[in-house]
Design a protein around this ligand. Structure first.
Ligand SMILES: [Zn+2]
Length: 235
């Protein structure tokens, strides 16, 4: 889907298989990301756009800006930012966490991995701030499939922590009526607070859709991906 501002985002489901880059076994630190690249190619990434950049995600708030001419894949972080004019494809991998595509009106873009720990650490705010610092005056955002409150029972203490930061909107109810985190609402609140405008993404629960990998529902080891790239013609 094309976002206001020009970036394009695509989310995989389990039909695309496990898209995690795999250790090659040849050289330490070198991974095979060909499954991710194949999905990106099938999703409409232009042939010249490369590489597919990915991170070693740690549920934190680290933002990695892709430097010109260098591939930071495998670096630790949870948000990737590409300055205007970048031909790279940004990828984050999830099983139940949120994945947010950001699109700046200056042609910059970002991909953000956001679970509740990253959210409370400020990963959404920091990623939007990075686009604004780079020259974007407006930032559009779209959230992909993630666990929804009916499938996300949450400890009352942790829920209080998230609610203190993002408001009562984060308090949901699980299918059995207990306290739950409304991750989509929490991500939307974080985006609104940071000044980004939320566009329509993919409103689907990874735990009960049957289409997605879910760590919470089935302890799936596989991961789906969000890939984001510069749209070019849409700008
Ligand atoms: Zn569900």
């Amino acid at each position: 889907m094309a976002l206001p501002g020009g970036a394009v985002a695509a989310w995989s489901d389990r039909s695309a298989g496990d898209l995690r880059p795999r250790p090659t076994g040849d050289l330490p630190g070198v991974a095979d990301a060909s499954a991710l690249a194949r999905f990106a190619g099938g999703a409409g990434v232009p042939p010249g756009a490369r590489p597919v950049v990915w991170l070693r995600q740690v549920h934190g708030a680290g933002v990695v800006t892709v430097p010109p001419g260098r591939d930071p894949s495998g670096s630790e972080g949870d948000a990737l930012v590409a300055p205007a004019g970048s031909a790279v494809v940004l990828a984050v991998l999830t099983a139940d966490c949120g994945s947010v595509a950001l699109s700046g009106d200056d042609g910059s873009f970002a991909a953000v991995h956001v679970g509740w720990r990253g959210l409370t650490a400020g990963v959404v705010d920091r990623a939007v701030d990075a686009l604004v610092a780079g020259g974007a005056s407006r930032v559009a955002a779209a959230l992909g499939p993630c666990v929804h409150p009916s499938c996300y029972p949450f400890s009352p203490g942790d829920l209080d922590v998230v609610a203190r930061l993002f408001g009562p909107v984060v308090r949901g109810r699980s299918a059995d009526g207990g306290p739950a985190l409304d991750l989509p609402a929490a991500v939307a609140a974080a985006l609104a607070r940071s000044g980004a405008v939320l566009a329509n993404g993919v409103d689907r629960c990874t735990a009960c859709s049957g289409r997605d990998f879910s760590h919470r529902a089935r302890r799936d080891g596989g991961r789906q991906a969000l890939v984001v790239w510069a749209g070019g013609a849409e700008r």
